[in-house]
Design a protein around this ligand. Sequence first.
Ligand code: AMP
Ligand code: MG
Length: 440
Amino acid sequence: MSELGPSPLAAGERNLSVDEAREAIAAALRPLPRSASLELPLQEAVGRVLAADLISPIDVPAHDNSAMDGYAFAGSALRADATTVLRAAGTVYAGRPFAGTLAPGRCLRIMTGAVMPAGADTVVPLELAQVQGAADSGEVSIAPGVIRPGENRRKRGEDLAAGKPALRAGRLLRPADLGLAASLGLTHVRAMRPLKVALFSTGDEVVEPGAPLPEGCIYDSNRFSLGAAVRRLGMEVIDLGLVRDDRAALAAVIERAVAEADVVITSGGVSAGDADYTRDILAQAGDVSFWKVAMRPGRPFAFGPLRRPLDQRAAAEGAPAPSSWLFALPGNPVAALVTFYAFVRDALLALAGATPVPLPLLSARSTVAIRKRPGRTEFQRAIVEPAPDGGGWQVRLFGSQGAGVLRSMSEANALVVLGHAQGSVAAGDAVAVWLFDGLV
Ligand code: AMP
Ligand code: MG
């Protein structure tokens, strides 16, 4: 890859806060075009990004209907100062509309959701009516003042008018959204194609699980935790395995990743003192920035578009510009996941065309004092649980917060996020918490 020019490493590393890094990433990214989409059956669309506004083909509800079990009648019959007396003329059930027009002085027993009969615009709930005789043919009395004309009628198109968007493009489709699409009579939605994310690990000491573990080596865990996190976002993982600290091998894997994927995620080899070649090769493969982010864990981080020099060549030949976005994460297993949550998750969703949906921050009371110095963001593994006194949530920190202790991440259900400017926290203070698992 010698034709790719000098490494931008000479420009040095930038020191950034977490917010600055997030902003720099968000400003650089360009989402997939909306045309990168396909029609998907509703059953396969959960977690996908809606590619076009979902326009309702029908009014919802499709007819005026009753909001209550009761009696339907013309509101004009109501008397302000005396009991209104009506004669029941049958029953209307949901799904079986009344064929005729209601005559003056008559009412119909009606079920919730049943179509309002012609001639009726008001429903008196059962519990507000007195009935003498059979429910569907007796005399129905309504005391003055208990109901106003037009009440308990749901109007056609009241929830959603035909031709109006039921869901906006960019929506990350949740179960209720797919139910909503079905309620409009739709069977498919137009969804963005899944983002393709190539993933590889680097480091000569890193070994494939399943193989014997030589002295001084560790198993590759990052490819599995990061791969799972990407798949959970509904994206496609292209697993490029483990790559030796070898120039040719690294260059080849990057070339392949750029050709096949929208995004390339690597871990390891990006810290300044690193002996391996990853950093160097990555720097030459595109317009990659190496950052020292003021955070703990997860300081070294690299981001940028790959293969820019090749893009220019391709553009000169009139070919579509191939490119991918690189996220090079620290090798430490906890730092790799924390930087994924802090930077990569939202970036992947934005690239996939999703309208930003930040991870919700919960407020919880810390059970212990936490020492923290202003000037960096800290992410601490923790367990969030209901406070024993019934007063909201409390959060318990783990003993070991070492960046390599993956078990602490596995046992945690949340990260306490201590902001850049924040100082130490006293026991009982509220802190911001990121839950690992959202609602499904
Ligand atoms: P590095 O960022 O390459 O300096 O790596 C920092 C630490 O993370 C070192 O102890 C590595 O052995 C470890 N590490 C790097 N890559 C992985 C990986 N894929 N899985 C588990 N640990 C790793
Ligand atoms: Mg390394």
